[in-house]
Design a protein around this ligand. Structure first.
Ligand code: NDP
Length: 247
């Protein structure tokens, strides 16, 4: 796979899966513009790792749930590189609790970041990609969006919604040589999942046929494939990268 000279915008690139995606795309030659919510130290660390790989890289602070911040993110990419070949909608949050005790604000926050954020980013790049007659959009869903999960009504709704958006936009943009796919990670070891109690972690492990948690690099490898020209005949798909958990 060769992404030399291509430009990727990755949301939530400061940590976890997003950082691994930035680094993997850069290893194949892409230049990177990534966003983050507020962790400047983590964003600086991603930037220095990207530059060590020889990539041109820029970090933009701002929420994906804010249309003006999304416009500024895409403007930065266009001002610096004059094109956007790849969009990875990775930024995501959890606000877990059982439905009966879930606050409306926690439902809204998760839907705003995980679902509306991806909508705003896809809308913001679609004209550019249509003019280019080329684009790759990859949305980070979750096996929770396919199977549901106790305590994650909000998160599951956002991740299932992403799958519907992926398939709809894949149909809308196919004639312009733009593919839109989703990756559904299983249980990946990042800050998001490190908060889980050890007992929950052990019980989850028993449900993973490959017998281990996933790594951010496992997800980044799948994203890079879907971002490459090698995946040109794949659109509207959901690729589970979950050690066999959801099959
Ligand atoms: P982390 O919590 O480790 O990192 C989240 C990233 O998103 C950070 O870079 C954070 O920025 C950024 N972010 C959060 N909110 C916003 C926002 N409003 N605007 C812009 N950036 C934001 O998450 P993971 O790496 O674990 O998860 C990445 C994606 O993969 C998410 O969509 C998640 O739902 C999905 N996923 C993860 C799984 C897992 O097991 N870890 C499983 C299935 C799906 P900052 O550093 O500034 O806070």
């Amino acid at each position: 796979m060769n992404l030399t000279g291509q430009v990727a915008v990755v949301t939530g690139g400061s940590r976890g899966i997003g950082r691994a995606v930035c680094l993997e795309l850069a290893r194949y030659g892409a230049n990177i513009v990534f966003s983050y919510a507020g962790n400047t130290a983590a964003a600086e660390e991603t930037l220095s790792q990207l530059r060590a790989l020889g990539a041109k890289a820029t970090a933009v602070q701002g929420s994906v749930a804010d249309a003006e911040a999304v416009a500024a993110l895409m403007k930065t990419a266009m001002d610096e590189f004059s094109r956007i070949d790849i969009l990875v909608n990775n930024a995501g949050i959890t606000r877990d609790s059982l439905l009966m005790t879930m606050k409306e604000s926690d439902f809204d926050a998760v839907l705003d970041t995980n679902l509306k954020g991806a909508f705003l980013c896809m809308k913001a790049v679609s004209r550019t990609m249509m003019k280019q007659r080329y684009g790759r959009i990859i949305n980070l869903s979750s096996v929770v969006g396919l199977r549901g999960n106790i305590g994650q009504v909000n998160y599951a709704a956002s991740k299932a919604g992403l799958i519907g958006m992926t398939k709809s936009l894949a149909r809308e943009l196919a004639s312009r040589n733009i593919t839109v796919n989703a990756v559904a990670p299983g249980f990946i070891s990042t800050d998001m999942t490190d908060a889980l109690p050890e007992s929950a972690r052990q019980s989850l492990l028993t449900s993973i046929p490959l017998g281990r948690l996933g790594t951010p690099e496992d997800i980044a490898a799948a994203v890079a494939f879907l971002a490459s020209q090698s995946s040109g005949y794949i659109t509207g798909q959901v690729l589970c990268v979950d050690g066999g958990m959801a099959m």
